[in-house]
Design a protein around this ligand. Structure first.
Ligand code: 6LW
Length: 516
């Protein structure tokens, strides 16, 4: 028996989906505009998780051109059938004329390689796939209702997939709009068959404070689906905004090898008031079946802080964080870039990276020279040692990123041989300088993001000098409660020539992510 502390995946790991193959569990989450996309996490016991790869890991697999922050990859579903892993997902926010929408990818090894996308003729988001025991395959998803009877009414549709052509075929069935009349955003639908009955489980009320999970059953896969009187089967909305975990929903079920049932779902841990800078995280909840319906967290009725997993023997670490030293080597799977793969913007070099500056800035809808990782702890430091021979107009720095419009950066620049550092808070698309300091001394520079709850300090030190604070900001000005969107915060290193052609390469000697 092991006891794991929730969340099992801390930081921005939203919209989890899980499947089991023998004794192995595989889980995927959304990644929006970040690449590589859709991390594949593996566990043998639900308590110790390791990242083994990504579904979107190859240049050219998907085109992220022009995709704004909080667009991109939403809400994947992972299933295993007949020796093949299937992921179905949506690429959101493609400019007109480019492929986008719902697609399938398959792999024989969940660590990859994964196939190119097989695009589906279906609009909407949150697709899922169900393999019935009669050999038929059913795709389902959600979209704004074609003939809405209330504002933001969505509808869950089901349609058959032809296994040969991988195209949708036959009639479409609209089966669900949420458990309550007037429900908004029926999302993350997943079909299951348990003891001969079909179950359609879906979230509703939006991926925010009112988020809730509901379930319905049918005798035939295409419905009609009838909800349980017990809906919603899980929500935290009745606990109020002071409760430290909010927004529970977007669940997926898995049956363990011993016959026990579990759900993974997203929720947010608040701090600094009603804010969640770490974003939507993945939690584990035990499930039992009573009278033909699932009961989430029996006896507790909400997402438990700690979960006992009887068959687990592991150290219950949740997602294992980097090395003990905190150094993030360039092959660490947590590295992500924006609209491109890390290896398309930088080259691994020693413990670090060679990062060629790019004309694009963090504010542009392009590929910036940015390498980052999720903020996974309230209190953590990102410490970067970087050297660059900048010319006037160029900058290298560290950033706390929500989006193009909202981020805080410590920018080191040079002007006529004078090096200085500025902390710039870009808020709602407007830059504001919140701190400034001269930088004198040797190379390389040490750039630090120090997150302590709501407080963010950005520091610079030259050569062997101890870093000093240049400016400060608040994580609660950067989270999605403040800015909108779907993301938790990212910390990273960046370099830009601010629009000018450049041949400058920053050498990122060392990056450490240090939970404090
Ligand atoms: C996702 C939707 C949601 O598509 O947020 O919790 C959206 N739910 O299901 C983006 O993550």
């Amino acid at each position: 028996m092991s006891t794991v502390t929730n969340p099992i995946l801390p930081g921005c790991y939203p919209d989890p989906s899980i499947c089991r193959v023998g004794e192995d569990y595989y889980l995927v989450t959304s990644t929006f505009e970040y690449l590589p996309g859709l991390p594949v996490l593996h566990s043998r016991d639900l308590v110790t998780w390791e990242q083994i790869g990504h579904v979107v890991h190859r240049p050219g697999q998907l085109d992220y051109t022009g995709i704004a922050s909080s667009g991109g990859l939403y809400a994947p579903t992972i299933r295993h059938h007949d020796g093949l892993f299937w992921v179905i997902c949506t690429l959101v926010g493609q400019p007109q004329g480019n492929p986008g929408g719902n697609f399938l990818m398959t792999a024989t090894d969940p660590a990859g390689p994964w196939s190119d996308p097989m695009w589906l003729d279906a609009d909407g988001i949150d697709p899922s796939i169900f393999f019935d025991d009669d050999g038929r395959i059913w795709v389902h998803g959600t979209r704004l209702a074609r003939e809405p009877q209330w504002y933001h009414q969505t509808e869950v549709w089901i349609r058959e997939l032809d296994p040969e052509t991988k195209k949708l075929t036959g009639p479409e069935h609209v089966v669900w709009s949420g458990a309550v009349k007037g429900a908004v955003w029926a999302e993350a639908p997943h079909l299951y068959k348990v003891d001969g009955t079909y179950y359609l489980m879906a979230a509703e009320a939006g991926t925010e404070f009112h988020h809730a999970e509901s379930i319905a059953q049918a005798e035939v896969v295409t419905g009609p689906y009838v909800g349980t009187r017990g809906n919603p089967i899980l929500t935290h909305r009745h606990l109020g905004r002071q409760y430290p975990v909010v927004g529970a929903g977007h669940a997926d079920l898995v049956e363990a090898a011993d016959g026990s049932w579990w759900a993974v779902l997203l929720a947010m841990r608040t701090y600094g008031g009603y804010h969640y800078p770490l974003g939507r995280e993945t939690f584990l909840v035990p499930v039992v079946w009573e009278d033909g319906w699932p009961v989430f967290a029996p006896g507790v009725g909400r997402v438990p802080d700690q979960v006992e997993v009887p068959f687990a023997t592991g150290p219950a670490t949740g997602l294992v964080q980097g090395g003990t030293s905190g150094v993030v080597p360039s092959d660490d799977p947590r590295w992500t870039a924006v609209r491109a793969l890390p290896t398309q913007v930088a080259t691994p070099a020693g413990d670090g990276w060679d990062l060629p500056l790019r004309p694009a800035t963090l504010a542009d809808l392009e590929v910036p020279a940015f390498l980052g990782l999720r903020l996974q702890h309230r209190d953590a430091d990102l410490v970067v040692r970087v050297g660059a021979d900048l010319t006037d107009g160029e900058e290298v720095g560290v950033a706390v990123r929500q989006s193009e419009k909202d981020h805080v950066r410590l920018a080191v620049t040079t002007h006529e041989g004078v090096v200085r550092a500025q902390v710039v808070h870009r808020q709602g698309g407007e830059d504001r300088v919140v701190g400034e300091a001269a930088v004198a001394g040797g190379a390389p520079l040490t750039l630090v993001v120090r997150a302590r709850g709501v407080d963010l300090d950005l520091l610079v030190g030259a050569g062997d000098d101890a870093p000093v604070v240049v400016g400060s900001a608040l994580t609660t000005d950067l989270d999605t409660v403040a800015t909108g969107g779907f993301l938790g915060l990212w910390l990273g290193v960046y370099g830009t020539s601010n629009g000018a052609p450049t041949g400058t390469v920053a050498h990122v000697e060392r990056v450490e992510y240090l939970p404090a």
